[in-house]
Design a protein around this ligand. Structure first.
Ligand SMILES: C[S@@+](CC[C@H](N)C(=O)[O-])C[C@H]1O[C@@H](n2cnc3c(N)ncnc32)[C@H](O)[C@@H]1O
Length: 164
């Protein structure tokens, strides 16, 4: 998913587990940038930004943080603070999923890839339909390490279509 030398953007990077893996896979010629609402401890060779991906100026900051102003790989693990009210929590998660797809559209190079952690909900089909307009290859997968019944799933997208 992360070739050596690639430019990787991590949305929802705190406390930094995915950043560490991304950084070791991208290698010393890669670029890794992470953003989170929470302040993430800096890692060697990794740029960490603190900010809210819902803010309109965030795209420009993320663009500026990468050489060439774009990324090869987007990984996203954004989860809202849960209220316990199912409909509200699903709507918040759907908003973050939609924002992730906005970022993919704006900042991924043609041919680029995305891995998004998400939770099964009534919004899943609509999200996959939109992902198919951005990427040629889209699939949903689960991992055996996920807590049983958690509804955790991963949207894996490859070959970002050429922008029209
Ligand atoms: C499950 S954690 C990410 C864990 C991370 N992938 C790791 O490996 O360490 C989800 C993160 O999403 C962040 N988040 C939620 N909403 C956000 C937003 N609007 N903008 C930026 N980060 C957000 C939270 O602050 C939280 O740290």
């Amino acid at each position: 998913m992360i070739p050596r030398g690639s430019r990787v953007l991590d949305l929802g990077c705190w406390p930094g587990g995915w950043l560490q893996v991304a950084s070791s896979l991208a290698g010393e010629n890669g670029v890794v940038v992470g953003i989170d609402l929470k302040l993430t401890e800096p890692l060697p060779g990794v740029t960490v930004l603190s900010g809210d991906v819902r803010e309109p100026d965030v795209l420009a900051q993320l663009r500026d943080a990468s050489p060439g102003g774009a990324y090869d790989v987007l990984i996203a693990d954004l989860s809202p603070n849960l209220s316990g009210v199912r409909a509200r929590d699903e709507a918040r998660a759907a908003e973050l999923n939609d924002l992730t797809l906005d970022v993919a559209e704006a900042l991924l190079v043609p041919g680029g890839r995305m891995l998004m952690k998400t939770f099964m909900s009534g919004e899943t089909e609509g999200m996959m339909r939109r992902a198919r307009t951005i990427f040629s290859k889209v699939r949903m997968t689960t991992v055996s390490a996920s807590r049983k019944g958690s509804g955790e799933q991963y949207l894996v997208c490859r070959e970002r279509r050429t922008k029209v």
